[in-house]
Write a new protein. Structure first.
Length: 338
């Protein structure tokens, strides 16, 4: 009887596990959000290695197999990984592919195609930011955190360049770097997983709620850390940080590469050198995914050098990755701008 009971238990357990959807995720920060929601139920597969640029990537055989067997694919969207759409259709046509940039009411900002960002007073840009990044959160029952989410918006300057300095209407795909978008996505991820796996719906929702509450506290802490540095300017290697800038009221002065990491022209580099000389830029940030030769050539010995990583490549994958990434960005910026 014991042998029979054990066999039945194993069969039932295997059946329960089989009902949990197999999930693939494009990049590490989003993988972390999905991991938080799936905690205690399952573990998602990651498609793009943390140290690689997602803008152009070829899947390894093991990653292709993970995608092929997936039931759900969470990805940012075409603006981040334009190559992934066709890959999903080709090897995982039955998977439910969910582009999180399309989840309402995610805050989306247009790409900036200029080297030097213009800072003015465009009220429409600021209002768009509030509607995209805050009303959704209030509807979710976290009104008490509304003031904290707005602390980083004491100035209007940070929003203007996101609406004036863009060319072709494409959206900046580094959307997870606004933690309010992170909160929205946690809720959306829980909803999609619950739809696919109703038996674990309560767990998904409880995990998402807990993660959102933790992220609320982190936003407060980051606001406090960055508040003394909002008037100081910096340049970045890759224009990946405007969501973080906008959320916390930071003043980036320019970027060597565009949001999609396109290589810069000589004229763009010259414009940035002039900006460094004229505007009192305090810091220049490189990225671990790219050679730092260009940032050093532009910055010279005029400013301090720092490192920012929008992917958090140095952190372990999993539920803690996203919060570690947010803290690391805040600490790196604060340290370099001191």
């Amino acid at each position: 009887m014991r042998i029979l009971s054990s066999a039945i238990f194993s069969l039932l357990a295997g059946t329960a596990m089989a009902d949990v959807p197999r999930v693939a995720v494009d990049v590490a920060p989003i993988h972390s959000l999905v991991s938080q929601v799936m905690e205690g139920v399952g573990t998602p597969d990651l498609l793009v290695e943390p140290g690689a640029s997602p803008h152009g990537y070829a899947l390894r055989p093991s990653q292709a197999r993970a995608l092929q067997r997936s039931d759900i694919v969470f990805w940012a969207g075409d603006d981040l990984t334009p190559w992934l759409h066709d890959v999903i259709e080709g090897i995982a046509p039955k998977a439910k592919a969910l582009a999180l940039m399309e989840e309402p009411p995610t805050l989306l900002l247009p790409t900036r195609d200029v080297a030097v960002f213009v800072h003015g007073h465009d009220e429409d840009g600021h209002d768009d930011h509030d509607e995209g990044g805050h009303d959704d959160h209030d509807e979710g029952g976290h009104d008490d955190h509304d003031e904290d989410d707005h602390e980083g918006h004491e100035k209007d300057e940070h929003a203007e360049d996101t609406h004036d300095d863009h060319g072709d209407g494409a959206q900046d795909a580094h959307v997870w770097l606004d933690p309010v978008n992170g909160k929205l996505w946690l809720q959306a991820i829980a909803g999609h997983l619950a739809e696919a796996d109703p038996e674990n719906a309560v767990t998904y929702q409880a995990n998402a709620t807990r993660a959102i509450e933790s992220l609320d506290e982190q936003i407060k802490a980051i606001n406090a850390k960055l508040a003394p540095h909002r008037e100081k300017t910096f340049i970045v290697f890759h224009d990946a940080y405007q969501y973080f800038e906008a959320r916390f009221g930071l003043t980036a002065s320019g970027a060597i590469r565009l949001s999609d990491a396109t290589a810069p022209s000589a004229a763009r580099l010259a414009e940035l050198r002039d900006e460094l000389k004229e505007k009192g830029v305090v810091c220049a940030f490189s990225e671990p995914q790219f050679d730092d030769g260009l940032i050093k050539a532009v910055a010279g010995d005029q400013v301090k050098l720092g490192v920012l990583d929008p992917m958090g490549a140095k952190f372990d994958l999993g539920s803690q990755h996203y919060s570690q990434l947010m803290d690391d960005l805040a600490t790196s910026i604060a340290d370099c701008l001191r």
